[in-house]
Design a protein around this ligand. Structure first.
Ligand code: IPM
Ligand code: MG
Length: 355
């Protein structure tokens, strides 16, 4: 296959970790006979500094023309005091919207080799867990009406949560499809005891559930879900939830794996093209120091091979290489316990050697 991949390296550790994933993809290309053609585009703070806006049109067009997109991370203290609509984070929302990437898949599973990193009780760690969070990504309060107005106590700011039936239907289908190839269990998380959007969410999810009689669906309120994730994570298979709840719960789920530096994600739309990125941020404190863990981005590249290109064997080659490296006891600083920590480049070399 010949595939064009847009690279959005972004800020902080973004360039280092994307470079690692590119090297891994090139190795896969050599081994399996694919040609990957990489084109970098500006996004985030670096785009603000270079061309004056976080998401240049050229970047959007480049991503739309490409077969898939690999993203590092955006943002950093340098741009933290800019107004909301020109912040680096706005670019992330902008590219998700422009590519209509309404489904965000965030797998959170415990790596056997990293069990001691989990903050959970040993008996829970022993049980293990493997959760797929399906987060709605282009709707809800992130994209609702917002602004300032005069209220009861003077000027007030507001953001609006809004969901249409269509938006809920399509994310529900994505969750049921995901569950079908896993353990056939969907937990739909909402706040239906308070929010109207959640009541529509719940009703619609159950309507779609009727199309998937082989999958069971359970509702859970988000506050309870936050608790259940640390109380008994093995009860979950697929979680489907709104944009903001998914943002929050996916960070919680990543932390119980012990290693946010390990978790990849895929953002998909109606087409399989998609955008792939680690779920962690730009870590400006360690940027440019060869300290970042490249594994989440490398695993995001594996997800790209699987979802965007249906290259299952190639995806597994990457995932198995990462597992072997961890089993060998190789660690970057974020996941090391006294073992000598490898740098970003050395960890990448170790993974390459196992492919
Ligand atoms: C994420 C991030 C983003 C989000 C921010 C940076 C806009 O937290 O991808 O989870 O909230 O979606
Ligand atoms: Mg987040």
């Amino acid at each position: 296959m010949k595939l064009n991949i847009a690279l959005l390296k972004g800020d902080g550790i973004g360039p280092e970790i994307v470079d690692s994933a590119v090297r891994v993809l090139e190795k896969i290309g050599e081994k399996f006979g694919h040609e990957f053609c990489f084109t970098p585009y500006l996004i985030g703070g670096i785009a603000i500094d270079t061309v004056g806006e976080p998401l240049p049109e050229e970047t959007v067009n480049g991503c739309l023309r490409s077969d898939s997109v690999l993203l590092g991370a955006v943002g950093g203290p340098k741009w933290d005091n800019l107004p909301g609509n020109v912040r680096p984070e706005k670019a992330l929302l902008g590219i998700r919207a422009a590519m209509e990437l309404y489904t965000n898949l965030r797998p959170a599973r415990l790596y056997a080799a990293l069990k001691e990193d989990s903050p959970l009780r040993p008996d829970l760690v022993e049980k293990g867990f493997d959760i797929m969070i399906v987060r709605e990504l282009t709707g809800g309060i992130y994209f609702g009406e917002r602004g300032y107005r005069e209220g009861k106590y003077g000027t007030e700011a507001y953001d609006t949560e809004q969901y249409s039936r269509m938006e809920i239907e399509r994310i529900a289908r994505a969750a049921f499809e995901a569950a079908r190839v896993r353990n056939k269990k969907v937990t739909s998380i909402d706040k239906a005891n308070v929010l109207e959007t959640s009541r529509l969410w719940r009703k619609t999810v159950h309507e779609i559930a009727a199309e998937y009689p082989d999958v069971t669906v359970t509702d859970m309120l988000v506050d309870n879900a936050a608790m259940q994730l640390v109380r008994n994570p093995s009860q979950f298979d697929v979680i489907v939830t709104s944009n903001m709840f998914g943002d929050i719960l996916s960070d919680e789920a990543s932390q119980i794996t012990g290693s946010i530096g390990m978790l990849p994600s895929a953002s998909l739309g109606a087409t399989k093209r998609g955008l792939y990125e680690p779920i962690h941020g730009s870590a400006p404190d360690i940027a440019g120091q060869n300290k970042a863990n490249p594994i989440a981005t490398v695993l995001s590249a594996a997800m790209m091979l699987r979802y965007a290109f249906a290259l299952e064997e190639e995806a597994l080659a990457i995932e198995n290489a990462v597992n072997r490296v961890l089993d060998m006891g190789l660690r970057t600083a974020d996941i090391s316990h006294g073992e000598e920590a490898l740098g970003t480049k050395e960890m990448t070399e170790a993974i390459l050697a196992q492919i």
